[in-house]
Design a binder for this molecule. Structure first.
Ligand SMILES: Nc1ncnc2c1ncn2[C@@H]1O[C@H](COP(=O)(O)OP(=O)(O)OP(=O)(O)O)[C@@H](O)[C@H]1O
Length: 254
């Protein structure tokens, strides 16, 4: 069994009396793809936000690679090697695709505060060549000089993935990476994530509603309902688990 990379220890979060998370314990192992699923309002986004420092837990702590994350600010957590890909792509629409990636690479290398933007965007330099290759690897090689804001929704998500990987993270947190995509785009995203996994061995945590995506990618699954972990295991253990089916009644079938 691989060692634990992310350790969520007895995390609790209340919002004005509402228990969004209660006693959540979860270990993410190095190199696994771990899906966190659950019906609407289960606490998935809150848990992800606690992990990346956007929300402070009311109780409990999170450790990453042996270091305490709780109390650190999001950019510090990012620098420790945790990259989050948002549901809504966080890209600079007025810059070109390759400029977006170069900026992610330069800000990782130099720190965002030292980044002198346009003067450094030399695409013929080493960073430019790396950015072009990273984009080509994820199927965006034909879009290098297009404005990022003009990309299709699926391509924007792919660009954000390239930007996250440019920071060379140890763990990737994906928040509904296929939300709103057509089936063909969803399948392309599944293939891309599998390819990233095969090439880098990176640890992936994925929140996803689409069970096709979950069962295509996950090595293990944790199910949240009402802010609590109600089931955990490999996909075969989760499929058909009566507690999980009950939690999803009235929603999609597992
Ligand atoms: N900032 C907030 N203030 C108050 N309540 C919140 C806040 N964020 C989340 N909640 C509540 O906490 C509970 C868990 O929400 P959360 O968004 O984590 O669930 P989720 O599993 O991600 O749901 P979905 O799948 O619908 O995105 C919900 O009842 C939600 O209304």
């Amino acid at each position: 069994m691989n060692p634990t990379l992310l350790h969520i220890d007895n995390v609790h979060k209340t919002f004005a009396g509402l228990h969004a998370l209660s006693d959540v314990n979860l270990d993410i192992r190095e190199g696994e793809t771990h899906a966190i699923i659950g019906p609407n309002g289960a606490g998935k986004s809150t848990l992800l936000n606690v992990c990346v420092g956007v929300i402070a837990p009311t109780k409990g702590k999170v450790l990453f690679d042996g270091q305490q994350l709780t109390g650190r600010r999001p950019f510090e957590i990012n620098q420790l090697g945790v990259a989050r890909v948002f549901q809504t792509p966080e890209i600079f629409g007025d810059l070109t695709v390759i400029e977006n990636v170069m900026m992610a690479m330069l800000s990782h290398r130099d720190g965002a505060f030292r980044l002198r933007l346009l003067s450094r965007f030399d695409e013929r330099g080493q960073v430019g060549r790396r950015a072009a290759k990273a984009l080509a690897d994820l199927g965006l090689g034909d879009h290098l000089h297009h404005l990022a804001g003009a990309l299709s929704r699926g391509d924007k998500r792919r660009l954000e993935l390239v930007m996250s990987l440019a920071q060379d993270p140890k763990m990737l947190l994906l928040d509904e990476p296929t939300a709103g995509m057509a089936r063909a785009d969803t399948n392309t995203t599944i293939d891309i994530l599998r390819d990233i996994k095969r090439k880098t061995g990176i640890t992936i945590v994925i929140i996803e509603h689409d069970m096709h995506v979950v069962f295509s990618l996950a090595d293990r699954i944790t199910v949240l309902a009402g802010g609590r972990v109600i089931a955990q295991g490999v996909p075969e253990e989760i499929k058909g688990n009566p507690k999980v089916i009950e939690a999803y009644l009235g929603e999609e079938q597992v």
